[in-house]
Design a binder for this molecule. Structure first.
Ligand code: IMP
Ligand code: MG
Length: 196
């Protein structure tokens, strides 16, 4: 039996100062060590839940790319990786209206789909990402999200597996970007929005 459960750090208000010198980075909200430890627990749970099943891992690009690449290397499952890229119309908040820029290429019939997302905000992206594969007739579709900002939810939806509940701050690093930047930072950092 595995012991995975979501870690709630919504009340964390102190950020570690860090080696990041860019003034837009206020500090580290979650270190790479904390992220890695929780991902290992998540992987144990997924290995248990999907043992013996054919799995299609669908990372949502680009945000889910770094998380997915670390996660799959902790899994021992019969899997293929088949990314999707979706574009939501409008600027800072998603509208719920999506265009699929990159479509998963492989058949999903007879397979269990695990959509891998970086962060759940309003909930619109995972709602779309959960419905979209259904037309390919998979055996199941579940969502794995590393981070979630519950304070921002507009749609009552949760991922099936959530790594961390985090405060309502704009975060970057570990795959998440601000205007295309900072995806490569190994830690999850808070953006200093007063400096934008
Ligand atoms: P939702 O559709 O509103 O749930 O938004 C989810 C998407 O918004 C994620 O896939 C991210 O691309 C983006 N997003 C939401 N919050 C943040 C954040 O704090 N930093 C970076 N990207 C974010
Ligand atoms: Mg995204």
């Amino acid at each position: 039996m595995s012991s995975f459960s979501t870690i709630d750090i919504t009340s964390r208000r102190e950020y570690w100062s860090s080696m990041y010198t860019d003034p837009l980075i206020a500090g580290v909200l979650l270190s790479r060590t904390e992220i890695d430890a929780q991902m290992s627990r998540l992987a144990v749970q997924l290995n248990e839940d999907y043992a013996g099943k054919k799995v299609t891992i669908v990372p949502i690009m680009l945000g889910g790319m770094i998380f997915c690449s670390d996660l799959v290397r902790k899994l021992s499952l019969d899997m293929i990786i088949d990314p999707i890229s979706i574009h939501s119309y409008k600027g800072t908040e998603s509208t719920g209206s999506f265009e699929v820029l990159l479509e998963p290429q492989q058949p999903m019939a007879g397979r269990h789909v695990l959509v891998v997302e970086d962060i759940v905000d309003s909930g619109k992206s995972i709602q779309f990402a959960k419905e979209y594969p259904q037309k390919k007739d998979p055996l199941s579709v579940k969502i794995v999200a590393l981070f979630s900002k519950p304070a921002r939810r507009k749609i009552p939806i949760e991922a099936d597996y959530t790594g961390f509940l985090i405060p309502n701050r704009f975060v970057v690093g570990y795959g998440l970007d601000y205007d295309g930047r900072f995806r490569e930072l190994p830690d999850l950092c808070v953006l200093d929005e007063s400096k934008l």
